[in-house]
Design a binder for this molecule. Sequence first.
Ligand SMILES: CC(C)(COP(=O)(O)OP(=O)(O)OC[C@H]1O[C@@H](n2cnc3c(N)ncnc32)[C@H](O)[C@@H]1OP(=O)(O)O)[C@@H](O)C(=O)NCCC(=O)NCCS
Length: 176
Amino acid sequence: MTLELRKFEKRDLAELFSWFQSEREVLQWAGAALSWPLNKREFIQLMRQHRGPQPLREIWAVDHGTDMVGHAQIYYNPRLRTAGLGRIAVAPAARGNGLAAPLMELILARAFDLAWVHRVDLLVYSQNEAAIRAYQSAGFVLEGRRRETTPIGSEVWDTLVMSILRPEFDKRTERE
Ligand SMILES: CC(C)(COP(=O)(O)OP(=O)(O)OC[C@H]1O[C@@H](n2cnc3c(N)ncnc32)[C@H](O)[C@@H]1OP(=O)(O)O)[C@@H](O)C(=O)NCCC(=O)NCCS
């Protein structure tokens, strides 16, 4: 399926927010830095970082034709030659159809398109099997587990750290 990245706009907010119905879902998707209930003003603050020729953060809508079917963010740290992926999501109605692979391909190509990026990393909660599978399939390597990072209700979640380095990415793209 052909997907496209498009800069996320204020008009996309209501649709994106409709994908998450509980604090648990928002936490799993976005980590503890976003409030529950989701807050437009807070998100617009983040969107302000997606400006200028070298943005600190890029916030992407992922479109299939005229439908927004996904979301992803990239946070850049030039000093560390690292791009952090986050807030990756497929719209609930589109999940389970193999969209994560083309989405990850697009977002990784975008991050590694910057010549200085050597490492792309991300955090994912350890119970998020679909996300972990998607990241492994995209070439991410498990680096470690931060134990009991995130209390929610009666549970405490662990956070996994995963990454892919430029030579690993290049080897995969050569094979394709
Ligand atoms: C994580 C997410 C983006 C994956 O997208 P998706 O459309 O559901 O996943 P896909 O259908 O492309 O499948 C991706 C992989 O996960 C597997 N998978 C899909 N649903 C699964 C499930 N419920 N449990 C276990 N594995 C699952 C698929 O078999 C596939 O594995 P493969 O790469 O070995 O073939 C999507 O589930 C999502 O948006 N979740 C909510 C937000 C979120 O948690 N984001 C991650 C933040 S770190």
